[in-house]
Design a protein around this ligand. Structure first.
Ligand SMILES: *Cc1c(COP(=O)(O)O)cnc(C)c1O
Length: 494
């Protein structure tokens, strides 16, 4: 890191009179603010803004940005989140003013290019999932889950089956699954995993009933294991009149190899920002389109993009639709990048992505197993879960300590403490684009940390500006920009 002018606050480098801009003289008649505004709105002095020259300004922000870890600077094996490399060519295409400067309220006749692209994306998502109807609206995977559960509720209501109040969720599921079920007004029932990490069929049979609305399943699941009994599971659900929802966050493992529609899922979401390379991190931006079976299509959020002759249009005429779940057409920028990614790779390329992702995960799994316990049998799919429970016992080093120490080696941490079914979980997903050298360097770092002085590991990281932040406070009260302090009269304070 460059130490020149490396400081948190730009005010620290402010010197009176320094500037990096010069404004032209105003060339329209003006009146003094005092004549235009009531006195109580007038400031008694200018705001205390920082005064810096251009080169100092640039260095300040470059240095700040370099403190962040991102996929373009560091290996980022955050399990379940699929932190993929985002091809720069797609960034350039998405920034093309012909697309980027469109206004969402323009008439359809002037946005045919964008509508064609969204229509194409709808077609690809249907084909890849094996489910024929789609909504691009949901803004993230979690909202896709919620939308699909609203669709399911509308479907059952239409059929007069409002007694179906229960949504079944495996204990290895992502926390968004039960949260979405609760938000959609269902009651959540947890299904146990067996010792092999897969859904416990007996527990499912015992809890499945005429009151079951939906079974939400992640396949491959969050332990990185393919649910081999998936067809039995979906048949069981259908025999009781229930629906199967596939949490598609792990689609990166099965693209072009198997399709949720083929193994019996009735609805699924994609995380376009994960599987199809939308840059994400720090909470967004997301895109969570859903695909569903034909009998659920009438309930999807309106509008959807349709084609008549060679014209594309937004179809609002969907009387049974659950309505909008997001403004305009969804997170267009991320859908756009996903479209570019699918078109660039084509069917064979997508299949190859999954094959390489699974190969990389299995290689890393084998290397990590040299020093860490990996509780579930391999081979894994695109990710796997190791545990630090032995280290806790032997030297009181926790999964979080390992995650923090990895930062000193230049690696972003894996996902920790998830899934909940594995204590001291370290969930790793290398993705397909990482080289063998990177995987080896990461595994070597993990093996080295295991042997290091416990006290030193517990106090890591040692090479970063901040060591251990209060993560709850950082998430709940983020300070993302400077705001002037005001006194009780609303005047700018010192
Ligand atoms: C990421 C993820 C989700 C939630 O998706 P968001 O796009 O973050 O809302 C749900 N389930 C699993 C398994 C995930 O990894």
């Amino acid at each position: 890191m460059n130490n020149t002018q490396s400081t948190d606050l730009i005010f620290d480098i402010s010197k009176p009179g320094r500037r990096c801009h010069r404004l032209p003289a105003c060339d329209v008649p003006t009146k003094p603010a005092a004549e235009l505004l009531p006195k109580r709105f007038l400031a008694d002095r200018p705001p205390p803004l920082p005064e810096v020259g251009e080169i100092d300004l640039i260095r300040h922000y470059m240095n700040l940005s370099a403190r962040n870890m991102c996929i373009d600077t560091n290996f980022y094996p955050l399990g379940s989140c699929t932190m993929k490399y985002n091809p720069k060519r797609h960034e350039r295409i998405a920034a093309d003013p012909g697309f980027a400067d469109l206004h969402p309220l323009q008439d359809d006749s002037t946005t045919q290019g964008m509508l064609e692209l969204l229509y194409g994306m709808q077609e690809y998502l249907c084909e890849i999932s094996g489910l024929p109807a789609v909504s691009l609206q949901p803004a993230a995977g979690a909202q896709g889950e919620l939308t699909a559960l609203f669709v399911a509720a509308a479907y059952f209501k239409d059929k007069g089956e409002t007694h179906r109040r229960k949504v079944l969720v495996p204990d290895s599921a992502h926390g968004t699954n039960p949260a979405s079920a609760a938000l959609a007004g269902f009651e959540t029932v947890t299904i146990k995993s067996g010792a092999n990490g897969l859904v416990d069929l007996e527990d499912l049979k015992a809890k499945l009933g005429d009151d079951t609305a939906v079974f939400m399943i992640t396949n491959p699941n969050t332990l990185g294991l393919f649910e081999t009994q998936i067809k039995t599971i979906t048949d069981l659900l259908h025999s009781k009149g229930g629906l199967v929802y596939l949490d598609g966050a792990n689609m990166n493992a099965i693209l072009g190899i198997t399709r949720p529609g083929d193994f019996g899922a009735d609805m699924q979401h994609y995380n376009v920002h994960k599987t199809f390379t939308g840059p994400h991190g720090g909470g967004g931006p997301g895109s969570g389109p859903i695909t569903v079976r034909d009998f659920l299509a009438p309930y999807l959020p309106a509008p959807v993009v349709r084609k008549k002759g060679d014209q594309f249009y937004l179809d609002h005429n969907m009387p049974k639709s659950i309505g909008r779940v997001r403004s305009f057409f969804g997170t267009i920028g991320i859908l756009f990048r996903g479209y570019c990614y699918i078109r660039t790779l084509g069917p064979d390329g997508l299949k190859n992505v999954s094959e390489q992702a699974v190969l990389n995960a299995n290689y890393l799994r084998a290397r990590v197993s040299e020093g860490y316990e990996v509780p579930h049998p391999g081979p894994c799919m695109h990710e796997f879960v190791a545990t630090a429970r032995n280290l806790v016992r032997e030297k009181k080093v926790r999964a979080m300590d390992i995650a923090k120490r990895l930062l000193d080696f230049g690696f972003h941490a894996p996902t920790v403490y998830f899934p909940l079914v594995v204590p001291e979980a370290l969930m790793m997903e290398p993705t397909e684009t990482e080289s063998k050298e990177t995987l080896d360097a990461f595994a070597d770092a993990l093996l080295k940390i295991k042997e290091e002085d416990a006290e030193m590991v517990r106090n890591a990281p040692h090479t970063h500006t901040i060591s251990r932040a209060d993560e709850v406070k950082a998430a709940k009260e983020p300070i993302l920009r400077w705001t002037a302090k005001h006194d009780s009269q609303g005047k700018i304070a010192d």
